[in-house]
Ligand binder design. Sequence first.
Ligand code: B3K
Ligand code: ZN
Length: 879
Amino acid sequence: MRTDTPPPVLLQDYKPYPFEIPNVRLVFQLDTARTHVLSTMQVKRTGEPGDSMVLDGVAFEETGKILINGTPAEDHQVEFTETGVTLHALPDDFELTTEVWISPEKNTELSGLYMSGGRFCTQCEAEGFRRITYWPDRPDVMSTFSVRIEADVEFAPTLLSNGNPGEAGAIDETRHYAEWDDPHPKPSYLFALCGGDYDVFTDHFITMSGKEVALSIFVDKGDAERAAYAMDSLKRSMKWDEDTFGREYDLDVFNIVAVRDFNFGAMENKGLNIFNSAYVLANAETATDGDFEAIESIVAHEYFHNWTGNRITCRDWFQLCLKEGLTVFRDQEFSADMRSRPVQRIKDVIRLRGRQFAEDAGPLAHPVRPDRYASIDNLYTATVYEKGAELIRALKTYIGADAFKRGMDLYFEKYDGTATTIEAFYEGFEEAAGFDLSRFRTWYSQAGTPTVTVERVDVEGSNAPRLRLTQANGPTPGQTEKKPVPIPLRMTAFTADGTEINPETGEPRDGQDEDVVLLIDEVTELQLAPNAADALISANRNFSAPVRIKDELTMEDRLKLVTVETDAFAKWEALQTVARATLLEMAHTIVAGNTPSIPDELVAAMVTAVKDTHETDPAFASLLLTLPGVGELFMEMTPANPAAIYEAKRLVRTAILKQLWPIIDEVIHENLTDEGEFTPDAVSAGRRSFYAACIDLLSAEGDKHSAKLLSCFRAAKNMTDTMSALRALSNVGGPDFEAAVQAFEAKWKHAPLVMDKWFGVQALQASDDAIARVRGLMEHEDFDWKNPNRVRSVAATFAMGNLVAFHSETGEGYKLLGEVVRKVDPLNGALSARLLTAFEQWRRVSETAQAHARAELEALRECDLSKNAMDIVQRALAD
Ligand code: B3K
Ligand code: ZN
């Protein structure tokens, strides 16, 4: 076992950097094997006279000169360490020059400067800049960057960095240069550089004050037209941020570069966003509606970072949610405005509960603002992002939209150009709301999902009961005691005849918005009005707070709510809650070796809800028709048995199929005969998602309908419908699925992003030989261990999406993931760590499966894993 695990970084140890670097000049001589980086920084002491200057710097091929005011530093001034260099006995105000050589082609970690598709690109967040040059690689050191890039003109005719373009020209016959100046001070994690031969899609945007911004998206040769939707999303984002938050863009150019090899979705580098090409390139033939939706939201997210992240950044990485939670909130609001607000809300909640609630309930749980970390890369989590966004939404619900807007304006005014903290962010809202928000901030320091229990309690001498709301939050790693947090609950009541009333006054709502009930303490009680004594209470409408609700409603009550609720989320949630309870009961029956009976009420309610909505709002109908995921139910079952859950769902889907048959038949017929052009808008996408939900049902009855599914696959006129049919066929398996898989490969072999879908759908395949198939995929000639999209399309899809196979009682799924990790980790520790998070729920499965999971994790702990991977293994195993 590795023993050199470094001590964790602690929030309480934060100290300001004792030097300021107002500006830096970087000169790059690009070369794939050996790039020369010369850095000249202006430095001013801000700390104590004796303070040394700690510079981060790792993975260099070679270090050259270190000059102080142009003179070589003396030996006693320079101390090389494992993580960089420390300079001693420095003047108060000086120029520091350093020189290093780095090798982009050897960089498989994809952090720092690396090659992708034969082009240079960078990724610096969180700690990649230290792999480029010596620097205090921490977000609170902000400098203006002036950059000169020199490169071979044929190999890299386009040279890009942050800010505005300056001079460019020839150096000699083979080499040329380009200058870039970024006038906005920024931390090193926002530095970017790209160089290569690209095609470009251009446009422009006129800002609210009339300035013209040149917009360019740089892509692989031949791909320019596929960037049109990303460009359209960018322009809509720029306009939306002006209209909604009053934020204007602040440079002459905005560039996006798409790269094939990228560790995550995209990166918000100032003026030069770098994107995983999966989130840039799209057209009807190659991208699904889900891809279009993701492109729109990620383009917006990175653009919105220009204010929430770049102009105002984080003081230290503990404050990550300051930029990420807030920016996710902003991109969710943007998508809600661009598409259907209720549908967006439900999708956001599905994502939150699927990923973040699971994280919060397992060994990797941590607060939205953690107070320690072993590896910063592992802190880019659903908790920081998704729960962070929910807290901003809950804050807005708590203090009201007007105070929220004033608070945001105050934040932008006061902290522009700084690196700051969550406390500072909350100052503006306290001023705007006029009250103290320190208790609300407890949300940021406590992990775990609170449960709110809603119950009626009788009051002596009164015929009207009180409503008691009790909050509780169980222990999470390192936190046993939890304090109550302010929980803003949107709540309403429905009387027996379906009239919506205010539960406290008994007054009919008459279309007015519900009040928000604020739970500050552990127990909150409301006096119910006499006519609300038996009313149905609908709590946490629109999912106003990221909590679990436990209430006393019967199945009959909930099914009634489905019919009377006017809040789309609450309507959907009532049906989901019945489905969850029913499916779990059925799964337990299956585990006990019995055949569960079909839940007629649930099926009837789903069918009615779908019939009522599919013509007017097919996107919503498809959500109503979709049962809770295996992953979500897995979290509720002890011990979790994914195979039994899958079978329970299959039985219910079969029953729904029988009752919805005429509609399904009609929807398929309409789809097959539709001659209209593909458009990626939300309404058309909604129709396709309903079609997808329908044909998914066809796969519930084994191979009975697989010929029909194959004909759907063959007739599909766009990638969305192709994938809907292929996914449905993958549930069935057999010759029709194999035929589709082969046809797909023959058609798309040349298109890597499309082939990622081909790999993914097979990794999800539900069959006894799923593991053998996944092994086969990793032997495929197009499988590439160095390409994160490809590795994720097989390994992450399998381990996080195919729970039946991953958690197989044989332990083969765990073994397979262990093998993948051993292969990937030496190349890319950030990627292997992400894959390892699939183990986070290992303690929920049967004892047999647990023993296999533990054995695999313990074996991994003995390997010489990267810091990132070891962090996850150790936390997963911790008691
Ligand atoms: N800020 C980047 C994420 C960086 C992840 C580094 N491990 C993308 C985003 O959240 O917008
Ligand atoms: Zn972000």
